[in-house]
Every structure is written in structure tokens, then in C-alpha cells.
Design a protein around this ligand. Sequence first.
Ligand SMILES: [Zn+2]
Length: 277
Amino acid sequence: MTIILVAIFGLVVGSYLGSLSYRIPRKHIKKWYEEENLEELNVSLEEDPEVVNSPRSKCPNCKKTLNWWELIPVFSYVLLRGRCSGCRQEISPSYVIIELTTALTAVLTYVLFGISVEAVLLFVLLSVLLLASSIDFKCYILPDFLTLPVAATGVVYCVLLYLNTVLLKPPFSNHALDSFSGGIIIPVFLIVFSWIFEKIRQKEGFGFGDIKLLSGIGFWFGLNGACASIVIGSILALINAVIMKFAKNKPVFGVYYPFGPFLYVGLLIWVFHFLIR
Ligand SMILES: [Zn+2]
């Protein structure tokens, strides 16, 4: 019974994360345009104050305020067959994917830890990283206000480990040196790698957003967590590139891919392999 409640809780949180993944980029897009070369990446987003500032959820297309029955996670999407009830505009499946992923992480976290401090912490961290990578997926930006708090709290965790004040169970790192290595060495290695790549290929390797994201992952989940996230993430990105090339005939080289979602899925797979250990 509890597990069903946990799944429903995950769906509700996922629904909120989905709405944030729409609102955050449309609130900050002007600033991001000034700071990053988004035009080059073909990000065509506009500010949308009417939807962003509305306390109730609205259809981004016809601005209709959604009824309660249109806001039930997953269920409403299936009921409405993926379209707005007002204007029949297609609703992005990304919201359902975010809802289902959040529900899955809630259930797996519960199976791993029950209801405990570790469970709450893991669920919060994975939710913030999911939100960051879903924004990266849509706009090629990993917002600092999502990645930096993960890294900063990770530093605090590393210090507390050093002082022997706390000790969380795996997948959390349980040694200060391991946490430090994951949070510092991996990002520094990537910065050097990226710099060499840029010199040779004359284009950006890892984005700084990816590096900040990985630093947070490293501080919390140690060297293994950060390495697994990169290795599994890279394999998934490669598989994706092959599928793009052969199934959809899209170019692979010279195209920018957001890497955050792959790092996130890589981390997720690593975190939950602890269930079968
Ligand atoms: Zn509509």
C-alpha cells in the first residue's frame, strides 16, 4: 500500500517539476540569450509572462486555464490523447516522461532506503538533477541556480564526512577523500580534456554546465558515482547518436547535443544498481 502512495507522491512532484521545466526557461530565456550563443543552437523560446506568472496552469498555446481533471499526472495526458482540450494543440510528451521518471525514482528510492533521511535526500537530489537536465534537453542550458546548490551542499557533505559527523549509506559517498575526488578531480580532468579538445577541434567539448553538474554528483556520490555517470552517459549518448544517424538520418558530427540528460540517466542507472547488489 505504502508503495502506491509513494508512486502517487512521485507523480505529483513530477507534475510540479514538469510545470517548472516549462516556466523556468520562459522566465530566464532573455538573460540566457544574452549570455550564451543560443541562436546558434536553434533554441527558439520566447518569454511567456502570462503562463509563467499565472498561479494556475494554463495551456501555452490558447492560454486556457486548465481544469482540475486536466492536471492529473499521466492520466490527463492519456485521457486527452496528448492534446489541449481547448485548442487541440499537442502537449509535449516530455511532461509525462518527467512525471513517470519522478514516480520511478520515488519508488526505487523507497525500495532502497524505506522512509529515511537517505531516501528524502536522494529523492530531492535526483528531482533537482532531473529538472536541470530536462531544461538542458529543451534549451541547452543547465541553470546555475539548480546545479550550484547541489555542488555546494555536496561540499558541506564532504566536510561533514571529513569531520565524521554524518555517514550516509551507499550510493552516497562514505569517505571524505572519495567525495572530494569525485567533486574536484573529475571536473578538473574534464576541464583539461575539454580544453585540449577545443584546441584540436576548435569547438566546445564539455559545457561548463555539465562540469558543475558532475561536480555536484561527485561530491555526493563519490568517484564511482561521477565516473559511472560519465561512462554510462557517454555510452547512451553514443547509442542516441547512432539511432539519430541511421533511423532518423540526422547528422551526428558537428551537432551540439545536450549532455545533462545523459549524465542524469547514467547516474540513475548507477544509483539503482545498488538495488540488485
Ligand atoms: Zn490550448
